[in-house]
Design a protein around this ligand. Structure first.
Ligand code: LAN
Length: 717
């Protein structure tokens, strides 16, 4: 369907004219990239620093006077970072990392008949070329991972669908690696599904919606449209390209493959969560049922499932919860309603919210942005460090508050109980109001930021106390019986559902779990709210906090740290947990828990003063050193020590020195290793963290160290 495209052999050559790309921040906090074709448009809409920075072009921002202390370094950092704020008040950012999302975008669009602009195709190709493993030419599950069948077969397919010829050197090399890994037969279940959709894999997995409403929301929202597409046996019509892919993806003859035997054939390089025996047994039962399914029952089930898909689209302004469900929902809607439908148009419009052009080319992001999340850290950092007292920093934060005001969700979803949704009234989500999902910790960080900002004399009061109370009601509705908080909803299913995890490449995905990170954001927000609006649900808040602290104590690992689930890894979660403990007065000098946390971190500090953990810590649930110390993790560890009231200045001084030494003359920091993670195995980028956390840590450390030295001078420590 897409015409063949001729692209350079190397990604060093320009694929488009980078001076023509613009990021548009429009209504509802959306951000989308546009390529200006005419010189007139270029003249009317000049490229700004935000565009240049994210495209990897020189920003030409001035060199700043070298910082003489930590506060000055924070100030320089913010002087730079201020330039990356979008017109509408938020800090946009790339949200790449996973390498299984772009193929979904491409395959889903291809089978739905949704085209791409030429420049988008070129930039996606460039991205895939840049991200191919330098040695073997394959791709992994995320940008830093080793080559797997999942990554290689899907991204190879994406390149071919985008129009690259099979004998382009990038394809030849990747195909060699794919065949060495055993070929696409051994691809994990989600890959089998995508290839089946494309009619390049004859066996579809047999997962049916089995208590789906109890599953973790991302898993459920992926399997709902998958179940539909399987139920209707959706496959794309054969064409020459698809026939060619059948030859290229498999080392053996495609037509001689025993498809049922491939169900449990997963390449070792891909496998993280092997099927349980129970899962395999369920699969056998379900596939027998598939041979004699009852048509009337199937019809009712399909109608029910389709209705869930439509409700999800409508609840989220066609953003949907995430990038995988986005493309599956699109295919299902097009299958039923056709290419001329309103659903097709709305899906096409919102598809661009996930497409981001970065220095390496165009990618499919993990969500439609990380707007609330990034904005809340920098807002709190600027207030807490005192940078807000400088007049030149105030206007940017007025805009930030205006953005938060527009981003708060004021109602429950249009389809609420019927779509099995958690309440949303008063919440903040991770990205935009339109996407419309409550996230426990985003509501917490959003609420804290608003309270901090609105407490400043010069700030307009844009959000009423009543609206803050709605946020509190939502957070209070999210505490689980063990005291902890999960991500989007209460835990709905039993832990043994994990035995039915069909995905092979991810861990802990079947139900919600409690997380130290989410728990902390909620209870610190509640504590700050309690001071700000005394008298509102005081008893509920007290009990919630106490109970959450019990959960945190239990979640502490024997070594003293907490295991992170959304950032890498122990440094991240330990920063959150020590903040919670500080809230109830637990610190190094009076709490065993806090002291153990500090000793754990001190034990991991390197000679150079930094901390560095690999994403593998999250996979293996044990500390694994990164080869280099990392600025962002050093900041998390240093912040943890400060929350815990660590009394000795030297480790902090060394951390501050490392972060200052790595600051560039314009006040920025270079990108280092990837910062985030999800579902145990997949790393995801938070490139804005390299600004918000150093600024925050340096400003905080400046005050903290001053106090320590004063106390020492007074003989108090
Ligand atoms: C995110 C990103 C943000 C993250 C935090 C707010 C940091 C976290 O504290 C709670 C969980 C949450 C909201 C989260 C959940 C899983 C997401 C949405 C992601 C890591 C971004 C991408 C990921 C999503 C599941 C990717 C699509 C892949 C599937 C396996 C469906």
């Amino acid at each position: 369907m897409y015409n063949p495209i001729s692209v350079p052999e190397s990604s060093d050559a320009p694929f488009t004219d980078y001076s023509r790309w613009r990021l548009l921040s429009s209504e509802n906090g959306r951000h989308t990239w546009h390529y200006l074709k005419s010189d007139k448009e270029v003249e009317e809409w000049p490229q700004n620093t935000v565009d240049k920075f994210w495209l990897g072009l020189p920003t030409d921002l001035p060199k700043l006077s070298p910082a003489k202390n930590a506060f000055e370094a924070a100030k320089n950092g913010y002087s730079f970072y201020k330039n990356l704020q979008a017109q509408d008040g938020h800090w946009p950012g790339e949200y790449g990392g996973p390498m299984f999302l772009l193929p979904g975008l491409v395959i889903g669009s291809y089978v739905s008949g949704m085209g791409f602009k030429d420049e988008e195709r070129r930039e996606m190709i460039r991205y895939l070329m840049n991200r191919a493993h330098p040695e073997d030419g394959g791709w992994g599950i995320h940008v830093e991972g080793h080559s797997t069948v999942f990554g290689t077969a899907l991204n190879y397919t994406a390149l071919r669908l985008l129009g690259v010829s099979a004998d382009h050197p990038v394809c030849t090399k990747a195909r060699g690696t794919l065949h060495k890994l055993g070929g696409a037969c051994a691809i994990p279940a989600w890959g089998k599904f995508w290839l089946s959709i494309l009619n390049c894999f004859l066996l579809l997995p047999t997962q049916l919606p089995f208590h789906p409403l109890r599953w973790w929301i991302h898993t459920r929202n992926v399997y709902i449209p998958m179940a539909y597409l399987y139920g209707v046996r959706f496959t794309a019509p054969e064409n020459d390209l698809i026939l060619a892919l059948r030859e290229e993806l498999y080392p053996q003859n495609f037509y001689s493959i025993n498809w049922p035997a491939q169900r449990n054939n997963i390449c070792k390089a891909d496998l993280y969560a092997p099927h349980s025996t129970i899962f395999d047994a369920v699969n056998v039962v379900l596939s027998s049922y598939e041979m004699c399914s009852l048509p009337p029952l199937r019809k009712v089930a399909l109608e029910k499932v389709y209705n869930l898909i439509v409700m999800e689209d409508e609840n989220t302004g066609y953003q949907t919860l995430g990038p995988v469900s986005k493309m599956f929902n699109l295919i299902a809607r097009v299958y039923v309603e056709g290419r001329e439908s309103e659903a097709f148009k709305l899906h096409a419009d919102k598809r661009s919210d996930f497409m981001w052009i970065g220095a390496e080319g165009m990618m499919m992001c993990g969500t439609n942005g990380s707007q609330v999340w990034d904005l809340s850290f920098i807002s709190q950092a600027v207030v807490e460090t005192g940078l807000i007292e400088l007049q030149e920093n105030q206007e940017a934060l007025v805009k930030a508050l205006e953005w938060f005001e527009k981003a708060q969700i004021l109602e429950n979803p249009k389809h609420f109980e019927k779509a099995a949704r958690q309440r949303t009234k008063g919440a903040w989500g991770f990205s935009t109001k339109e996407q419309g999902y409550t996230v426990s910790d985003c509501t917490g960080e959003g609420l804290k930021s608003v309270i901090y900002l609105q407490s400043l004399d010069f700030m307009p009061k844009l959000i009423s106390d009543e609206r803050l109370c709605w946020a509190v009601d939502t957070m209070l509705s999210l505490q689980n019986p063990n005291g902890g908080f999960a991500s989007y909803e209460l835990i709905r299913g039993p832990q043994w559902l994990e035995w039915l995890n069909p995905a092979e490449v991810f861990g802990d995905i079947m139900i919600e779990f409690c997380y130290p990170e989410c728990t902390t954001s909620v209870i610190t927000a509640l504590a700050i709210f309690r001071k700000h609006v005394p008298g509102y649900r005081t008893k509920d808040i007290d009990t919630t906090i106490r109970h959450a602290i019990d959960y945190l104590h239990k979640a502490q690992k024997p070594e003293g740290g907490w295991l992170g689930s959304w950032g890498i890894c122990f440094t991240y979660a330990t920063m959150f947990a020590t903040e919670s403990l500080a809230l109830v007065g637990e610190n190094y000098s009076n709490s065993q828990s806090s002291k153990r946390a500090c000793e754990f971190l001190i034990g991991k500090q390197r000679e150079d003063g930094g901390w560095g953990e690999s994403y593998k810590s999250c996979e293996q649930a044990t500390w694994i050193e990164h080869k280099d110390s990392q600025v962002v993790q050093t900041c998390w560890a240093a912040m943890a020590l400060m929350y815990a009231g660590y009394p000795h200045p030297e480790p902090l001084e060394k951390a501050v020195k490392l972060v200052m030494d790595r600051q560039l003359p314009d006040g920025s920091w270079a990108q280092e290793a990837i910062e985030g993670v999800f579902n145990k195995t997949c790393a995801i980028a938070y490139p804005n963290f390299k600004f918000s956390f150093p600024i925050w840590m340096l400003g905080k450390a400046h005050k903290y160290l001053q106090t320590l030295h004063e106390k020492a001078g007074n003989g108090k420590i």
